[in-house]
Structures are given as structure tokens and as C-alpha cells.
Design a protein around this ligand. Structure first.
Ligand code: NAD
Length: 252
């Protein structure tokens, strides 16, 4: 009962595929109406359509989370349609892969613009509405890479940006809790999504597999209950928390 999200308004960024898509389904199945947000409108529309077919109220929006005007437009569109935002799932992220000594400034900036600046912009835009109404749940997607350095390396910008996600979450989580806004993050291990099937990451994944006590990659479905929990009143005493779901990988 305390895990139900009926009547709540949620959005998920990077929801056109992978983890974000699974989050959108999970929140919708728990009762929330869900704005499906992605850089690529067609992907957002496809997922919003999947939700509609399940009887979930949904809305497809295009936004580049690294752009302040896009983020504001996203929040304004949700408020225009549904009146407010209760649950903000800031999940969009990218993982470019290069040796640290070869990482270009462009790559560094791009990674931080999406993974950290985008998160700041979304937390701030959604947070203002939540602080105003004295209620909100923000769930950011960090990564196990915020805690450990998964080997082999070549993830300098990504790892550093994800460590930043955790600190941003801790800081907002403690700053806003007395005004009813809880901010937590989820740190997945290696999840079987299009992101890790890229040509650059595929060889790494094979090596990573031997580092996972669970003996397999995570599926996006392995993360669905966690996002519902953090979005629900069942987790009201939690804030600034980093919920790690990695099949034990960070312990080995
Ligand atoms: P993915 O690449 O499969 O999907 C990401 C989605 O985000 C895509 O649909 C893409 O179009 C969208 N996107 C990219 N840049 C965007 C932007 N600037 N604005 C809005 N949308 C944008 O990725 P995924 O594996 O589902 O990962 C989702 C999140 O989980 C990311 O933050 C990622 O860092 C994190 N994560 C993934 C793994 C993993 O192993 N897959 C592990 C730990 C953390």
C-alpha cells in the first residue's frame, strides 16, 4: 500500500530505452502518471505508447538535459498538463570511453554536461516546484562507478561525473529534507542496456562479467522495485542515500 504511487506525477529522463524505460514502466505500474523524456522524441513517444497500452497516463517529451531551456520547457510542459511534479527521475547519462591520457576536453565536457550539469538543472527546476508544494521525491541515477573503479579503466570522465552525482544527491538530500523533498540515488552495476552494447564497451563487458559475484549482468528489471520504493512514502525517512544494486560487484 505504501508503495503505491496513485495520483502522483512523475517524469523520467533518458526514458527512451534501457534503465530509464524500465523506470518509466515501473512508476506507471505503481500508479503514477509518467512523462517520458528523451533527447530523441521518437524514442520517448515509443515508450509513452507502451505505457498507454498498459492504461498508464503518459506524455512524451523531447529534452536535452544539459540545456537549461530544454529542462525548463520539460518541467513547464508537465505542469501545464498535470499541474505539478511529485517524482523526478533524473536518469539520462552517457558513457564515452577513452584512455585518460587521450580523453579530449570535448569528451570531458560532454560527459559532465549530460551526467552532472543536466542533473543539477533537472534537480533545480523540479526542486523549485517541489519545495513550493512541500513535497517531492527526486531519484538520480548514479553508478557503481561512483564507489569503485571497475577495471579495466578508460572511464575517467564517467567515473568522476558519477561520483559528483552522489555528492550532489547527498547535498540536496540534506538541504531540502526539512521542506519535504527527499533526494536519493540509485547506483546500478553493469546493466544489460543499449549503452553497454556499444562497440567500445562490449569487450570491457566480457571482462567485467568475471568480477560480478552474481555471475550475470543486471537486467533493467532488477532496478524497478528500487525506483518505486524511493518514489514512494515507504522511503520517507531516506534522503541523500546511494542505493547500490550491483550483484555484489563493489565488494569483490
Ligand atoms: P542508454 O544509453 O541505454 O539510454 C540512455 C537514454 O538517454 C537514451 O535513450 C538517450 O537517447 C538518452 N539521452 C542521452 N543523452 C541525453 C540528454 N542529453 N538528454 C536527454 N536524454 C538523453 O543508457 P542506460 O544504460 O539505460 O543508462 C541510463 C543511466 O544509467 C545513465 O545515467 C547511465 O550512466 C546509468 N548507468 C548505466 C549502467 C549500465 O551498465 N547500463 C550502469 C550504471 C549506471
Amino acid at each position: 500500500e505504501r508503495l503505491r504511487l496513485d495520483g502522483r506525477v512523475a517524469y523520467v529522463t533518458g526514458a527512451g530505452q534501457g534503465i530509464g524505460r524500465a523506470f518509466a514502466h515501473a512508476l506507471g505500474e505503481a500508479g503514477a502518471q509518467v512523462a517520458v523524456v528523451d533527447l530523441v522524441l521518437a524514442k520517448a513517444e515509443a515508450v509513452a505508447c507502451e505505457l498507454s497500452l498498459k492504461g498508464i497516463k503518459s506524455l512524451a517529451l523531447a529534452a536535452d538535459v544539459s540545456k537549461p531551456e530544454d529542462v525548463q520547457r520539460m518541467v513547464d510542459a508537465i505542469v501545464a498538463r498535470w499541474g505539478t511534479v511529485h517524482i523526478a527521475c533524473n536518469n539520462a547519462g552517457i558513457n564515452l570511453n577513452s584512455a585518460s591520457e587521450e580523453t579530449s576536453l570535448e569528451e570531458w565536457d560532454k560527459t559532465f554536461n549530460v551526467n552532472l550539469r543536466g542533473l543539477f538543472l533537472c534537480c533545480q527546476a523540479a526542486g523549485r516546484i517541489m519545495l513550493n508544494q512541500g513535497y517531492g521525491k527526486i531519484i538520480n541515477t548514479a553508478s557503481m562507478a561512483s564507489l569503485i573503479v571497475p577495471h579495466p579503466q578508460k572511464q575517467l570522465a564517467y567515473n568522476a561525473s558519477k561520483a559528483g552525482v552522489v555528492k550532489l544527491t547527498q547535498t540536496l538530500g540534506t538541504e531540502w529534507i526539512d521542506r519535504g523533498v527527499k533526494v536519493n540515488c540509485i547506483s546500478p552495476g553493469i546493466v544489460d542496456t543499449p549503452l553497454i552494447r556499444s562497440r567500445e564497451l562490449r569487450p570491457l563487458v566480457r571482462r567485467w562479467l568475471s568480477d560480478i559475484p552474481a555471475g550475470r549482468l543486471a537486467q533493467p528489471t532488477d532496478l524497478q522495485a528500487a525506483v518505486v520504493y524511493l518514489a514512494s512514502e515507504a522511503s520517507d525517512y531516506m534522503t541523500g542515500h546511494n542505493l547500490v544494486i550491483e550483484g555484489g560487484q563493489s565488494l569483490w
